[in-house]
Structures are given as structure tokens and as C-alpha cells.
Design a protein around this ligand. Structure first.
Ligand code: HEM
Ligand code: FES
Length: 375
């Protein structure tokens, strides 16, 4: 939880996960080799290595991009999501073997500088069909390197989660570029026409999963802020709380009494997602994004008085957003109020580390029995 570099700590579970990654990679490479040797005996070892590592890297990258939506659709995929970074680094290493080998085989033995050669040798930029596909591979590999190099928590903490996330979102651009690399390479190579529809189908599956999970999440967000499930959305509630206890600008979110004690509810707020938590009768609101690896805090629970991230257990005070000592992580908090049974949240975050305004659920007073005792 600090901003100084610490070596990666391997837990037995992470070791098992890494072993599984290596096993799957070996099975794929052996399977690919077996099928190629059986169906295309004329293919040389160099070409085989290039194709096996290229296709493996592309499939691994596709799977990485599918893990997020899969985990949103089913919690069974959450363990894979927690350890996605190891898969990312492994993907870069496989892609590196592929790229380095391609440069060695096709570009390192001539008079031209290998980098100049790889960027200029195949096709011409004006020609769609013969557009140079290898420079696209170089760009994709460069982005994968950036992802792998900044995957450690040290970079997440020092770059800030927002910048880090922005940087890592470029992987989608890299994926599109690599799809171009595979499709154009296949169109330009003889007997590889089957490859671009296969790569296209894989990419379309990833895209469909992203879209489906995004729409499902949107539906859940709407249901969270509008328990009637009607067409009302967040905008229609905004600013209507000028009278009574709720200050101007607060936004209506969830029904306060529906949050179970010790749990949270994730709600959309001004383009972000925040988590409204209940600790006994106290209602508070914090950012939904964990400082560690951006886990969804709203899906966590309150343990020992602290909101505990469901992914790896980082903890935050529900009122101040500060991690308990000796840790120094802090997340955004938002002021809340309760009116008409709803939790209203100020969309402007408090300065980091300051105590937020919380609200108390009304205490239900039981009616006294005729004998004077409360049941
Ligand atoms: C320095 C970067 C790269 C270079 C120079 C490069 C070069 C090549 C070349 C020359 C081929 C044609 C191989 C053949 O003749 O069959 C190829 C194919 C391919 N590359 Fe790359 N590549 C690079 C990066 C990448 C990356 C980062 C990925 C994926 C993550 C990738 C995925 C593929 C795939 C899937 C194929 C098709 C394999 C097949 O024919 O079965 N490449 N690449
Ligand atoms: S993401 Fe790892 S503890 Fe929250």
C-alpha cells in the first residue's frame, strides 16, 4: 500500500494460477505444432514458431479483454480477473518472442537497419490490400510492452489510478491495430485466407461480450437509482432537493433502508461510480474504485469498521476514505443526506482525507404494549 517499489509477492494461489497459464501455453504450442506438422508438412520450423507464437499472443490478448465482461456477467471469472496482470505480462513475452523472431528471420541479415527494414519492407502505404502489416505489429508490441512495464502496483500508485487506467485503456487501440496486422498479413500471405475471418470472429466475440456486459451494467445502474425499475434516470432527480434537509445539487440515489448493514450499493454519479455504504445506522459514500488495482469497493463489506475491497482486502474508513495505519492510501468521499427515504449524494468529492458528512437512518421506535413494555 505504499508508493515505494516492492518486489511482487507470490502467494500459493498466484503460483497455481501462473502454473496454469504456463500449462495452457505449452498445450496450445504443442497442439498447434502437431496439427501444422500433420496438415502442412512442408512448413519450416521458423515459420511454425512464428505462427504458433503470433496466434497464441493474439488469442491471449483476446482472452484478457474478455475477462472483464465475463467477470461482470459471472463471479466465477473473478479469480482470473484478480490475476489478470500475470496473463498480460505472459502475453507480452509470447508476443516479444514472435516479434523478435520475425525481425531476426526477415530483417536482421540484410544491409538495411533491422528497424528500418521492418517498418518499410512489406507493401506500400497507399495500397489497401498490400498495406504494410509488420509496422502494425511493431506498434502493437510497443503498447503491450508499455502495459507490461507499468503493470506493477508501484506504477499504479505513482501514476495515480486515473492516469494508469487511461494508459491501460490504449490496449483496446493496440488490439484494433493488431487485428489489422493479422488480417493484412493473412491477405498478403499465400494460403492464409482463412486466418482473417478467424481473427475477425475472435475479435467480434470480444466486442460482443464488452457490449453485452456494458448494457447489463447500465441496466443494473438504472435499477439501483430507480427501484421502481421505471424509465426515470439520474438526471430527472438532480437538483430537486432544494427544500428540506438536502442541500442544492445533491443527487438522489438508492433507498437508504434497502442497504443491508455492513454492505454497499454501487451507483452512477456524474460519470463516475460511487459506493453508498451502511455501517449500523450510519450511511456514507466513497469512490467505488480501490487504490490497489481498481477493484469494485461497493461489492465489498465492512469488516472491523472498514470498507474492505472484495479483490485483495485493502481497507478504507467509510467516513474519511483513509486506509488504516500504517497504510497511507486515500480515496474520494462524498457528502450524503437522507430525505424521503433516499440517500442523496453530493457529486463533488471532498478533499482527500477529510471526514465526509454522513447521514443516520431513522431509528424505528417500537410502539409500547398496553402493559407498558416494548415487545
Ligand atoms: C515486432 C512486432 C511484430 C512483427 C515484426 C511481426 C511480424 C509478423 C510476420 C512477418 C508475420 C507473418 C508470419 C507468416 O509468414 O506466417 C506475422 C503474423 C502474425 N502475427 Fe505478428 N509481428 C509482430 C507483432 C505481433 C504481435 C504483438 C501480435 C499479437 C499479439 C502478432 C500476431 C500475429 C499473428 C496472429 C500472426 C498470424 C500467424 C499465422 O500466420 O498463423 N504479431 N507477424
Ligand atoms: S483491487 Fe486489490 S485490494 Fe482492491
Amino acid at each position: 500500500m505504499s508508493h515505494v517499489y516492492q518486489a511482487v509477492g507470490w502467494s500459493p494461489q498466484k503460483r497455481k494460477y501462473d502454473l496454469l497459464i504456463v500449462l495452457c501455453m505449452v498445450v496450445y504450442l504443442c497442439g498447434f505444432t502437431g496439427i501444422t506438422v500433420a496438415t502442412q508438412p512442408h512448413v519450416t520450423f521458423e515459420t511454425l514458431l512464428l505462427r504458433a507464437t503470433g496466434s497464441l499472443a493474439f488469442l491471449m490478448l483476446s482472452f484478457i479483454l474478455a475477462i472483464g465482461p465475463l467477470a461482470r456477467l459471472s463471479p466465477r471469472f473473478l479469480p482470473v480477473l484478480y490475476n489478470r496482470r500475470h496473463l498480460g505480462v505472459a502475453t507480452f513475452l509470447v508476443a516479444l518472442v514472435h516479434g523478435a523472431f520475425a525481425i531476426l528471420q526477415f530483417h536482421a541479415l540484410g544491409d538495411v537497419n533491422p528497424l528500418t527494414s521492418v517498418l518499410s519492407s512489406d507493401g506500400s502505404f497507399g495500397d489497401g490490400g498490400a498495406f504494410p502489416f509488420q509496422p502494425l505489429g511493431v506498434i502493437g508490441l510497443g503498447v503491450l510492452f508499455l502495459m507490461a512495464a507499468t503493470s506493477h502496483d508501484f506504477w499504479l500508485a505513482n501514476l495515480t489510478p486515473r492516469v494508469w487506467k487511461g494508459l491501460h485503456m490504449t490496449v483496446y487501440g493496440a488490439y484494433a491495430v493488431l487485428l489489422g496486422h493479422v488480417a493484412l498479413g493473412a491477405l498478403q500471405g499465400e494460403g492464409k485466407e482463412y486466418l482473417w475471418p478467424v481473427a475477425g470472429a475472435v475479435a467480434a466475440t470480444v466486442f460482443a461480450l464488452q457490449l453485452y456486459a456494458g448494457l447489463a451494467e447500465r441496466r443494473r445502474d438504472r435499477a439501483a437509482i430507480d427501484p421502481s425499475g421505471g424509465p426515470d434516470d439520474l438526471g430527472s432527480h438532480e437538483g430537486t432537493a432544494s427544500s428540506g434537509a438536502v442541500p442544492e445539487g445533491f443527487v438522489r440515489t438508492v433507498v437508504a433502508g434497502e442497504i443491508p448493514d455492513g454492505e454497499g450499493r454501487v451507483v452512477p454519479l456524474g460519470g463516475e461510480r460511487v459506493a453508498v455504504f451502511r455501517n449500523g445506522t450510519e450511511i456514507s459514500c466513497i469512490s467505488n474504485v480501490c487504490r490497489h488495482q481498481m477493484g469494485p469497493l461497493g461489492e465489498g463489506r465492512i469488516i472491523d469498521g472498514c470498507i474492505t475491497c472484495p479483490w485483495h482486502g485493502f481497507q478504507y474508513d467509510p467516513v474519511t476514505g483513509c486506509a488504516p495505519p500504517p497504510f497511507d492510501d486515500r480515496i474520494d468521499t462524498y457528502d450524503v443526506a437522507i430525505q424521503d427515504g433516499f440517500v442523496w449524494v453530493n457529486p463533488v468529492a471532498n478533499p482527500l482525507g477529510t471526514a465526509s458528512r454522513t447521514a443516520r437512518l431513522p431509528v424505528v421506535v417500537q410502539a409500547a404494549t398496553p402493559s407498558g413494555e416494548t415487545p
